[in-house]
Design a protein around this ligand. Structure first.
Ligand SMILES: [Fe+2]
Length: 311
């Protein structure tokens, strides 16, 4: 990844000036489960002269060299996929949000705002593709594959019946996504999204793993799910290495590339976020009930004159 370097006519601010505020608690995809707030830092440039600050998203590199996934995924594929396609999404996003209400918002906020409950706004595709590809590169690793373990494996067996059934379902979703898109493993915490309704706490049965597929740039964040793993099934992800043999790409992706450690880590973070959000929801509900029944504690401040005497 190349940092966006201020031009000679610009003046850099100290790095501390560019830290984004933490994402709000309970945000369904806070941290995207693998990006710290530090990593979410954007390159900001203050132009010389009148104060003008612009914030730009950076192209983040895969966490390994571009030839590290060979022979399963060639360096040439990564040079095109990351170096050109992913780069274009980030650069186009920066152009689209410049001097709009979206400038300065987190990538996740831009995704949900521009998804617009399915009535997709122009910015959505570049924003979601930028996020999806960061997530994709960190879903895999050199020497990946093998089997999941621990709580992740237990949940897979609970929600799909067996590891083999889960793998079959994931492969089917990836193979049958018509045209460009993505296949996902996600942790689902359903929330009722109805006007004038209060979102209920998710029931235990809602907290489960699901396999979903999505067209084009759509990802599970827009449904309030917690993504854990993704397979990019756009042709640019596999055509140089596998031509039209998408099922072969999917099989070797799962067998040799998936970082189950990353998936497990994302699951644990999702659980923590959900638990935190539930506590906050309970607290708010309690406060509202106390307010409604008049039980809320009211602090009374007596009037005091200039000499400190209570009137
Ligand atoms: Fe891609």
């Amino acid at each position: 990844m190349k940092l966006l370097v201020p031009s000679s006519s610009t003046t850099s601010l100290p790095p501390s000036a560019f830290l984004l505020p933490p994402l709000p608690h309970g945000y369904p995809f806070q941290g995207s489960f693998n990006l710290s707030n530090k990593e979410r830092r954007r390159s900001c440039i203050r132009k010389a002269g009148p104060i003008e600050i612009t914030a730009r998203f950076e192209l983040k590199p895969p966490p390994y060299p571009l030839n590290a996934l060979e022979p399963i995924m060639s360096q040439e594929t990564l040079e095109y996929h990351w170096g050109k396609h992913h780069r274009a999404y980030v650069e186009n996003l920066n152009k689209q949000i410049a001097e709009t209400d979206l400038e300065g918002k987190s990538l996740e906020d831009i995704i949900t705002i521009s998804y617009n409950k399915g009535d997709i706004l122009p910015t959505f595709n570049n924003a979601a593709q930028a996020w999806n590809h960061d997530f994709f590169w960190e879903s895999i690793k050199p020497g990946g594959g093998g089997k999941p373990s621990g709580d992740l494996l237990k949940l897979i067996e609970r929600d799909f019946g067996s590891l083999e059934r889960f793998i079959d379902e994931l492969k089917t979703a990836a193979a049958t996504q018509f045209g460009s898109g993505w296949a996902w493993l996600a942790y689902k915490e359903s929330r009722l999204d109805v006007g004038n309704a209060v979102n209920p706490l998710a029931s235990e049965e809602d907290k489960k793993l699901v396999v979903v597929k999505s067209p084009n740039a759509v990802n599970p964040l827009v449904w309030g799910y917690y993504p854990l793993l993704t397979i990019d099934v756009w042709e640019h992800a596999y055509y140089l290495d596998y031509q039209n043999r998408r099922p072969d790409y999917i099989s070797v992706f799962i067998d040799k590339l998936v970082s189950w450690e990353a998936v497990s880590s994302r699951l644990e973070k999702a659980k923590v976020l959900i638990a935190t959000k539930e506590k906050e929801d309970e607290r708010k509900k309690r406060d509202e009930e106390q307010f409604a029944t008049g039980e809320a504690k009211t602090e009374i401040y007596p009037d005091v004159d200039a000499d400190g005497n209570v009137e």
